[in-house]
Design a binder for this molecule. Structure first.
Ligand code: SF4
Ligand code: SF4
Length: 184
């Protein structure tokens, strides 16, 4: 059969020589390499005790943003879902009712908002598409898990903590990102 690439390498099946059967030269060579690495600087760190600083352009887990009053910014316009190349975002819109003005900034809000993290490629296009500063990619990893369904993040998972009820967690989720001042 014609090979697709020229990477095929014939395996040497010649019988081993006496020196090869002793294995000692190979063990000595392996140990030399091992010892030579002992005095080199470690390329790894002891995560999670130690953490590397994030790049200023790092794009991690999405956060659904609130304004400084704690109202949800998202108006369920769907622009982020349209912009998403991985089709990872789904949502359902709802009308704000009387008495809910302290919960939702505008008359329409996302009753349901989901991101499938198994699809997401953390490109940041959802953040760029959003006209309401309602979604941004934070400096947080998506935690590892064993079950696929745990990677469907709901609105509750994505919403930033309330700035007045939980200011410390809010500031932590905000990271170094400046909060825009509300126009309303
Ligand atoms: S970061 Fe990119 S892939 Fe992930 S949800 Fe946003 S637009 Fe979609
Ligand atoms: S996050 Fe932004 S772009 Fe997406 S639905 Fe909400 S307001 Fe629209």
């Amino acid at each position: 059969m014609q090979p697709l690439t020229n990477k095929i390498k014939q395996v040497d099946r010649k019988p081993m020589t006496f020196m090869e059967k002793l294995y000692l030269p190979a063990i000595f060579k392996g140990m030399t390499i091992t010892f030579s690495h002992i005095f080199k600087k470690k390329p790894t760190i002891n995560y999670p005790e130690k953490q590397r600083p994030f790049s200023p352009v790092f794009r991690g887990l999405q956060i659904l943003n609130r304004d400084e009053e704690g109202r949800e910014n998202c108006t369920a316009c769907g622009l982020c879902a349209v912009a998403c190349p991985a089709e990872a975002i789904t949502m359902e819109a709802a009308e704000r009712q009387q008495g809910e003005e302290h919960l939702y900034k505008e008359e329409k809000y996302a009753a349901k908002y989901e991101i499938n993290m198994l699809r997401c490629i953390f490109c940041g296009l959802c953040e760029e598409a959003c006209p309401k500063d309602a979604i941004y990619l934070s400096e947080t990893f998506t935690p590892a898990d064993y079950q696929r369904k745990q990677f469907i993040y709901s609105k509750d998972d994505l919403l930033i903590p309330h700035p007045k009820e939980n200011p410390d967690a809010y500031q932590k989720a905000l990271g170094n990102r400046p909060q825009k001042v509300s126009e309303n």
